[in-house]
Design a protein around this ligand. Structure first.
Ligand code: NAD
Length: 366
């Protein structure tokens, strides 16, 4: 059965990192007879330039037909002066809501060799392996009413609304319980139930779901404490589940614990497990086109694509082992190298070559 993979290279370093991730997908695809068919389309700034809008209809039709989508990054200074509603980033919000990608998975996994790159002491983060499950299409980023208006007394006021229905909480909760079940069986739900009614309901629904998952230990933390615990003792966590706003912030904290932004993958899934996979980093305009970008986060996103949308678990494991192997060989892109080591750093293409070589060196049965 042919699996249709839509590639959306986007802007800045996007095309460079997508090119290397595609090579890696082709190698493991051949090895596991996955019959992957790649198509490319425009999203973001490049789509504005070529087709007049950030999420053009041609991209929309291909995205709806694809089994999975791999995205580079969107945005850059060239489009910063456009009104907010026409910016490249709107393309990203549009594709997420078009495909109903309500579940964002952000693993924060520390590769042993990079423990020194963390902002925390190595012993606090060695072996770190957290999965943050963030609700992505609801909450305060989308709630109505919203806007900036002038009150009767002439003073301007900004308004946003945090809103979650039971149905929305239950569907993200189920995915988080399922994920915890496949890992260490611990789920921490993060809320602000001492102050916000919307998260009182969140906590109530999570509690009600826990009866269906007796093998998962559910705990709750207020978001302020969760942020503190993430930097105090991060290894206490297995899976964390939270709403859109808290998830945005906590996943960035967890990201920094692992060292470079160039190492972090993500997945956004809908109820059918079709998904959009992308590195956490942006389009890095400061290094675009210079063969300096670290392609590993995009390769790890490709591994998530194989695991969560195609069910190709062994192929996914192989990519992750390939990445671990090049790090173990001491190979680094410049974002992972400090001081003098920068001169010996690999470029984007050379890092791609190294991972491809590591994959080809793996025994087929691995
Ligand atoms: P950024 O992630 O693009 O860059 C932050 C810093 O990290 C830069 O110094 C950059 O060189 C470095 N960096 C990022 N990825 C790297 C990689 N793979 N290898 C090596 N170094 C890397 O964030 P920013 O500078 O805040 O944003 C730049 C543009 O990207 C903006 O237009 C922003 O809107 C957009 N953006 C897009 C996404 C997305 O597409 N999902 C996410 C964040 C930012």
């Amino acid at each position: 059965m042919t699996r249709r993979i839509l590639l959306l290279p986007g802007d800045g370093i996007g095309p460079e990192v997508i090119r290397e991730a595609r090579r890696v997908l082709e190698v493991v695809g051949d090895r596991h007879a996955l019959d992957l068919a790649f198509t490319e389309a425009n999203l973001g700034g490049v789509a504005i330039d070529r087709e007049g809008q950030a999420y053009p209809s041609t991209t929309q039709s291909l995205a709806r037909e694809a089994d999975a989508i791999l995205l580079g990054a969107v945005g850059g200074p060239k489009w910063d002066s456009l009104p907010a509603s026409q910016r490249p980033e709107r393309g990203l919000l549009a594709i997420r809501s078009d495909l109903d990608l309500f579940c964002n998975l952000r693993p924060a996994l520390l590769f042993q060799e990079l423990a020194e790159a963390s902002s925390l002491r190595a012993e606090l983060v060695a072996g770190l392996d957290i999965l943050i499950v963030r609700e992505l299409t609801g909450g305060i980023y989308f709630g109505e009413p919203r806007g900036i208006h002038t009150r009767d007394d002439g003073v301007r006021e900004g308004v946003n609304t945090d809103r979650y229905s039971e149905t929305e909480i239950r569907r993200i909760g189920r995915l988080a319980f399922e994920a915890a079940r496949k890992r260490d069986g611990r789920l921490c739900s993060v809320d602000k139930a001492n102050v916000l009614e919307v998260t009182m309901l969140w906590r109530e629904v999570m509690e009600s779901l826990s009866g269906e998952y007796p093998d998962v230990a559910l705990s709750h933390l207020y978001v302020d404490n969760a942020a503190m615990q993430l930097v105090r003792e991060p290894k206490q966590f297995d899976v964390m589940v939270t709403g859109n706003l808290f998830g945005d912030i906590l996943s960035d904290i967890a990201a920094m614990l692992t060292g470079s932004i160039g190492m972090l993958p993500s997945a956004s899934l809908n109820a059918e497990s079709r998904g959009l996979y992308e590195p956490v980093h942006g389009s890095a305009p400061d290094i675009a086109g210079q063969d300096k970008a670290n392609p590993l986060a995009t390769m790890l996103s490709a591994a998530m694509l194989l695991r969560y949308s195609l069910g190709a678990l062994e192929a996914a494991d192989q990519i992750e082992q390939g990445v671990a192997a090049v790090l173990a060989q001491g190979l680094r892109t410049s974002d992972l190298s400090a001081g003098d080591a920068q001169t010996g750093a690999l470029g984007t293409r050379a890092m791609g070559d190294a991972v491809v070589a590591a994959l080809l060196a793996q025994s087929p049965a691995q």
